[in-house]
Design a protein around this ligand. Structure first.
Ligand SMILES: *Cc1c(COP(=O)(O)O)cnc(C)c1O
Length: 321
């Protein structure tokens, strides 16, 4: 058992093999499809799913470089921010989060009282720097990083979303030999690091399908930069529900129905959209008959509370947790 918020130097040396949970739904039976969910969300409540995989070798590298601080970037509800904060604490690093939205820094207590993601990160000792949306766009520029070094001293930089070569290396460990029976591997996509690891580690006969959680054609190129092969993957760009962080009643209702039917919780930013897309594609016969599909549950459940708060303010149906 991981004890939350105390140092656990063995956390990242543990070899997590998450279980594949079969899903039983009438549509699957009807179409003769087997669907399993890889429960990476069960790795840890805050360092969940792919964020554990993406941070693992970065934290190892930061230790090798004898850094004592991790600095990274994210939005106000970012799974990556809270994962870095908690993983940093578990691994005895100081953490700095550069957060999009300078208005959030005006009254920190008020921000924390309304935002469970930032509150959790703060509880794990993360120090915040709130920046305007236009400054945030410079996050990968040299001058901006220089300024941050002047302000905070030396740090190990983890890019936004945690995606870099070491993140891809960690995500190669998601699939194991017990996953060889699957014809399709599905994953939600933010920056593309997770799917890159899946693409690199899949068997030759397996097809990887990515479901972008955001709008934009740049992902195809971004992913190509991270991988050595292009013959085994494709993107399904019709299931972003209007863009990053956007959702509607149909999606919320789907997440609730899926939870009732399978007892598996989904988040509305990533995994809910992916599963919605998978079920739609099954209904449209877009998977071959008798296929076995493995969908990666990349975690992100900590984000539900924030979405529910916004739904409640609008008097809309909440996500059941
Ligand atoms: C961050 C995140 C993703 C996106 O991962 P990328 O490697 O950036 O594509 C997918 N699902 C969940 C739940 C996430 O938190």
């Amino acid at each position: 058992m991981v004890v939350l918020n105390s140092i656990d130097n063995s956390f990242f040396s543990k070899d997590f093999v998450s279980q594949n949970q079969e899903v039983f739904l009438s549509v699957l039976k009807e179409k003769n499809i087997e669907l399993y969910i890889k429960r990476e969300d069960e790795i840890h409540p805050f360092v969940s799913g792919n964020k554990f995989r993406k941070l693992k070798y970065n934290i190892e590298e930061a230790k090798n470089q004898q850094k004592d601080t991790l600095l990274t970037f994210g939005g106000a509800f970012s799974n990556h921010i809270v994962a870095t904060a908690v993983a940093g604490k578990l691994s005895a690093f100081k953490t700095i989060g550069v957060i999009r939205g300078d208005e959030l820094g005006v009254d920190l207590n008020k921000t924390l009282s309304k935002n469970t993601t930032l509150k959790e990160a703060y509880k794990s000792g993360m120090q915040f720097k709130f920046v305007s949306r236009s400054d945030y766009r410079n996050k990968s520029e040299k001058n901006f990083i220089e300024e941050l070094r002047k302000e905070f001293g030396d740090f190990y930089l983890v890019p936004e979303g945690g995606t870099n070569e070491l993140a891809v290396k960690g995500c190669k460990e998601i699939l194991t030999n017990k996953d060889e029976k699957f014809d399709y591997i599905c994953s939600a996509i933010g920056t593309g690091g997770t799917i890159a690891g899946l693409i690199e580690s899949a068997k030759d006969y397996q097809k990887i399908i990515g479901f972008p959680a955001l709008k934009g054609d740049f992902l195809q190129d971004d992913i190509q930069q991270l991988v050595n092969r292009n013959d085994n993957w494709s993107l399904e760009s019709d299931y972003h529900f209007g863009g990053y962080g956007k959702y509607n009643t149909e999606l919320i209702r789907f997440i609730n129905e899926f939870k009732t039917a399978t007892s598996i919780p989904l988040d509305p930013i990533y995994t809910g959209k992916m599963l919605f897309g998978i079920i739609e594609k099954i209904k449209k016969n877009e998977f071959q008959k008798n296929s076995k599909i493995l969908a990666i549950h990349t975690g992100g459940l900590q984000g539900i509370a924030g979405v529910n708060q916004r739904l409640k303010n609008k008097n809309q149906e909440l996500i059941n947790i």
